[in-house]
Design a protein around this ligand. Structure first.
Ligand code: COA
Length: 332
């Protein structure tokens, strides 16, 4: 029998950053045919944050600086930077490269990963494999999006939903009993027609026509996405608990992507958790895409609500479609 030690990847620090500017629902009431009551009851959002000047890296860098200080390490200690985002500063160079330069992580390599609202989960799973294989010891997993850069503020169907923000976790090898235990990650390209941004890529390079047709904004068929998200996120949340022979009593927190309070509620009910067992901040930040899950982790960790050894279920659903869940035990 092999006595090779299992290397587990665990979250050993977490931080987040949201811009100061608050945009309440009353802002949309002032020029669109919508109401605070509609937005709160249909989506669960009261306000969101907007970054006026700057890019996605400007959301990520303050979060990373806080994390490095908290963990007591230097940027030069970082081996890899992985960035989940659909709003990179530029198509290239990658936002990972931009961040690497801005923080001075001169020993790191890395890349961006595109999975929309599942960006953080897909990036976390990727980082996990580099830690487990021994190829890296300290990885920054960044979930950051400046959604205001691709939001059409004349489209009441989408503009009320999104906000800007970033979260980051540090992944390191941890005790065998802690860290990431399991993942279920899925994609289904037939969902592309319901949630996309068609302009700006190689299919529709920027032109006067793509601008006139407003192809550089998020398009969403909200109802179609809602129907799939409500089932998709609940299914993978329940499945990962069951296949690890755990019950609702073993789970400290469900950490769902924050797209709509009613989707979160369906996942909570499916796993059988109480309201206190679900991290929710959509009321304050809206949907920050890759940012939602690490921002939740950061806020709950800073408030001392997560204990070492706690089982957490992270779950998401987003454009692609992309969705999934990750089961982990909190490592610090
Ligand atoms: N204010 C008032 N009315 C609005 C509105 C707004 N801001 N936005 C849309 N509406 C209208 C629509 O025009 C539609 O009107 P119609 O029926 O006359 O065509 C109606 O409200 C739709 O209402 P409803 O069926 O209650 O919408 P919904 O329950 O689907 O909620 C969303 C809308 C967008 C909040 C919801 O569909 C959603 O959250 N979708 C999924 C989001 C998601 O998970 N994204 C995944 C990752 S980003």
């Amino acid at each position: 029998m092999s006595d090779k030690k299992v290397v587990r990847a665990g979250i050993t620090a977490v931080a987040h950053f949201v811009p100061d500017e608050v945009v309440p629902n009353s802002f949309f009431e002032s020029y669109l045919d919508t109401t605070d009551e509609w937005i709160q009851s249909r989506a669960g959002i009261k306000e969101r944050r907007i970054l006026r000047n700057g890019a996605t890296s400007d959301l990520a860098v303050p979060a990373i600086k806080k994390l490095l200080e908290q963990r007591g390490i230097a940027a030069t200690d970082i081996d890899m930077i992985l960035v989940g985002t659909v709003t990179p500063d530029m198509l290239f160079p990658s936002t990972a490269c931009v961040i690497q330069e801005k923080i001075g992580a001169t020993n790191a390599w890395g890349f961006d990963l595109s999975a929309a609202c599942s960006g953080f989960l897909f990036t976390l799973e990727t980082g996990r494999r580099f830690i487990e294989s021994g190829a890296a010891k300290k990885i920054l997993i960044v979930g950051a999006d400046k959604m205001s850069s691709i939001t059409n503020y004349q489209d009441r169907n989408t503009c009320i939903l999104f906000g800007d923000g970033a979260g980051v976790v540090l992944l390191e090898p941890v005790d065998e009993a802690l860290g990431i235990r399991d993942s279920i990650l899925r994609i289904d390209g037939t969902g592309g027609e319901y949630l996309h941004m068609k302009g700006g890529g190689s299919l529709n390079p920027p032109s006067h026509e793509t601008i006139d047709k407003q192809m550089h904004y998020v398009y969403q068929d909200g109802k179609a996405v809602f129907k799939r998200a409500v089932i998709g996120m609940a299914d993978v949340s329940a499945e990962i608990v069951e296949r690890n022979n755990l019950t609702k009593n073993d789970i400290a927190f469900l950490v769902p992507h924050q797209a709509n309070l009613r989707i979160i509620e369906a996942a909570r009910e499916r796993v059988g958790l109480t309201h206190d067992q679900v991290m929710i901040n959509i009321d304050r930040y809206g949907n920050t895409t890759s940012g939602t899950i690490p921002i939740c982790l950061s806020e709950w960790s800073a408030a001392g609500k997560i204990k070492k050894g706690d089982y957490l279920v992270l779950a998401s659903f987003g454009a692609g479609f992309t969705w999934g869940s990750i089961l982990l035990r909190w490592a610090f």
